[in-house]
Design a protein. Sequence first.
Length: 88
Amino acid sequence: MVGLAFLDFAKPSFAEGVAELYGQGARHLLVVPVFLSGGGHVAQDIPALVQAERARYSDASFDVAGAIGEEREVAAGMMDAVARLAKR
């Protein structure tokens, strides 16, 4: 299962996203921050949100990955897209 949640200005919220996955039977959740790099949201906001959900769903486990933009494949894909756009 894969879900999507947002920190601000869009739905579902993080708590709503977790509730939906939990309701579908997920008991191990990997949180992958969709940010280009680690920063305040990745270092502070997301861990606080995860901690609240750990308290709410004590029978579920949560792992938090680093920002997806720091993954080699994502960075390479972005560079490819920039090169393609530069040719326009």
